[in-house]
Design a protein around this ligand. Structure first.
Ligand SMILES: Nc1ncnc2c1ncn2[C@@H]1O[C@H](COP(=O)(O)OP(=O)(O)O)[C@@H](O)[C@H]1O
Ligand SMILES: NC(=O)c1ccc[n+]([C@@H]2O[C@H](COP(=O)(O)O)[C@@H](O)[C@H]2O)c1
Length: 201
């Protein structure tokens, strides 16, 4: 059985933290990070506001991300091996459909890409308020560091726009409160994945 879990959410909401904890607990679990598909800085458009427009879907090579998901769907065991994920001996021996294989896809614009909304068996979205988001982001350094004013001028307005679009176009999302402790969020999601797996077995 193959299960694909989509963890979307605002920048610095806690997507990676949650994903890492789930990966340690779930069997045969691979991950795809949307951030790994950012285009090179010279291919990111500069807006009228003077900022490079990082926080839009066209800044990402979504075709490559979809192909990576397809690679996992075609052969999760091979995908796991080539990504350094250990597979249980039982899953190694059996056909992929007879063992549990899980893929977590995480990213800030996951539920805004119409072409693959259906690929996820379960969808989550983590949100935190603006001030907490700004605080957490100020402690982080990206491959291209934020220029002054990017958060207020680009990141947060784009988040509000995309969030509205997502709410209008995407159903079946389980919303998570990113202000809860890391443990609480993890427990909530682990339990919900566990219940989903039990229902499918
Ligand atoms: N539930 C939480 N409570 C407090 N801080 C958190 C929580 N989850 C994540 N963080 C912190 O917020 C920052 C961003 O977390 P991260 O998981 O990298 O976010 P994202 O992948 O959504 O950008 C990190 O410093 C992380 O330790
Ligand atoms: N990884 C990169 O190459 C890169 C470059 C510039 C900005 N970013 C930022 O990454 C953010 C999304 O990632 P997080 O959800 O992990 O914060 C976006 O808000 C974007 O501004 C990433």
């Amino acid at each position: 059985m193959k299960l694909i879990i989509g963890i979307g959410g605002v920048t610095n909401g806690g997507k990676t933290t949650l994903t890492n904890k789930l990966m340690q607990a779930l069997p045969n679990c691979c991950v795809i990070h949307q951030d790994d598909f950012f285009k090179k800085p010279d291919r990111i458009e500069v807006g009228e506001d003077g900022f490079r427009q990082w926080d839009v879907i066209t800044s990402l090579d979504m075709e490559a991300m979809v192909n990576t998901i397809k690679g996992w769907q075609e052969n999760p065991v091979k995908f796991a091996r080539s990504h350094g994920v250990s597979v249980t001996p039982k899953a190694e021996e059996q056909e992929p459909d007879n063992a549990i294989h899980i893929l977590i896809v995480e990213g800030f614009l996951l539920h805004n890409y119409q072409h693959i909304l259906d690929v996820y068996d379960q969808r989550y979205y983590i949100a935190i308020p603006k001030e907490e988001c700004k605080r957490r982001r100020s402690t982080r350094t990206y491959t291209v560091p934020d220029p002054p004013g990017l958060f207020e001028g680009h990141v947060w307005p784009m988040y509000l726009k995309h969030r509205k679009e997502m709410e209008n176009n995407c159903n079946g999302i389980e919303y998570l409160d990113g202000l809860k402790s890391k443990e609480e969020i993890y427990n909530q999601v682990y339990e919900s994945i566990h219940n989903n797996l039990l229902n499918r077995l």
